[in-house]
Design a protein around this ligand. Structure first.
Ligand code: SF4
Length: 351
């Protein structure tokens, strides 16, 4: 049965024919079940490129954050043909909207489109002053004024200029630099300048937790102090670094009531009740790995939208914080096959 809701419109006003066809084929391939796709718009606001990112259930949507790019659209179908958004659809649209992503609902034939939320408009990027940033790290520059022990290094100045140019012109920059060049300052200064100047979000990814901590607690505050407006910076670790409230309660139940008062699980529970962030590194006592791995967050065990502890979840809390940050510092797990070079790979700014 096809029901056209009064607020829906025909596909011609919103989608290009090729994009519509892609959606139709994908929906048919799942036997008419629900799919979620991320779409980019052309300059007239028409959907012109579609990539299916999830199939089968609305509960898959929270995992889509990494696909969200400001100005794009999340499209999903209602197999019933009734396009009016449910409460869950509105929640999904709100989550997507926080990234500047719009939300459309279509029927299985992609004849009609219901626009739950329009995407944010892409802003024209404000270019960085490449020479000005390089000069800030050069002799007599802004950094040497605020840090008397600072010694200008030509390689650092050159790298700053290259990183700034990559932000301006797009593309990928791979820079290899030996110890002591001052790589961190060389990429942090243009990174923060871009995030500030464009009210954008930039991700800095490190190879180790130690470097992640060093950037967050030492290098970034120093570079951030060079700006008038304080940027919001959030440290995001791999999910196994955070306590899972649900698994902790399950582990406590398993151990039973006869646990000693100083049992590690009881101590973790008390720690959580005291308002802890759930980050293992903030634990005020040592905990062995086997105990922690019983109670930390795990992607495979996470119930996500269906979790009764979702409201207080530490992983979700840090992700929400990251959603409104300008600079996100993450740790990247090095794949086994990666070449052992000291390299910095850039993620393009999320615009
Ligand atoms: S949402 Fe996932 S990580 Fe968070 S408490 Fe629930 S199961 Fe644990």
């Amino acid at each position: 049965m096809k029901v056209k809701h009064h607020a829906s419109q025909t596909w011609e006003g919103r989608l290009k024919a090729q994009a519509r066809e892609t959606l139709r084929v994908e929906i048919e391939a799942t036997g008419g079940r629900e799919i979620f796709a991320i779409a980019s718009l052309d300059t007239r606001g028409m959907v012109n490129k579609v990539s299916v990112v999830a199939r089968g259930s609305e509960t898959a949507v929270p995992a889509l954050g990494s696909y969200f790019e400001r100005g794009s659209v999340l499209i999903h179908n209602h197999p019933s043909g009734i396009l009016f958004p449910s409460e869950a659809d509105v929640q999904i649209a709100a989550e997507a909207g926080s990234y500047g992503v719009g939300s459309y609902i279509v029927d299985n034939e992609v004849d009609n489109v219901y626009v739950v939320a329009e995407p944010a408009r892409k802003k024209a990027a404000r270019r960085l002053d490449e020479e000005g940033l390089a000069a800030a790290l050069d002799k007599g520059g802004k950094l040497s004024a605020s840090m008397p022990s600072f010694e200008p290094r030509p390689s650092q100045v050159m790298m700053t200029r290259d990183v700034a140019a990559t932000f301006n012109n797009g593309g990928v920059l791979v820079a290899e630099a030996g110890t002591g060049v001052g790589k961190s300052f060389a990429y942090l200064l243009p990174t923060l300048a871009w995030a500030q100047g464009n009210e954008d979000k930039v991700v800095v990814s490190t190879a180790t937790i130690n470097l992640q901590d060093q950037l967050y607690s030492k290098d970034i505050p120093l570079i951030a102090s060079m700006f008038k407006k304080k940027p919001k910076i959030v440290l995001v670790k791999g999910r196994s670094n955070y306590l899972c409230s649900r698994r902790l309660r399950e582990a406590l139940e398993e151990e039973g009531l006869l646990m000693a008062d100083d049992h590690p699980l009881r101590k973790i529970y008390q720690w959580e009740l005291s308002g802890a962030s759930g980050d293992r590194s903030a634990l005020p006592f040592r905990i062995d790995d086997p105990t922690w791995y019983k109670v930390c967050s795990e992607a495979d065990a996470c119930l996500s939208l269906l979790c009764p502890f979702r409201e207080a979840c530490h992983v979700i809390a840090v992700r929400k914080e990251a959603a409104t940050a300008q600079l996100i510092v993450v740790q990247w797990t090095r794949p086994q096959y990666c070449l052992p070079i000291q390299a910095l790979s850039w993620m393009k700014p999320t615009r």
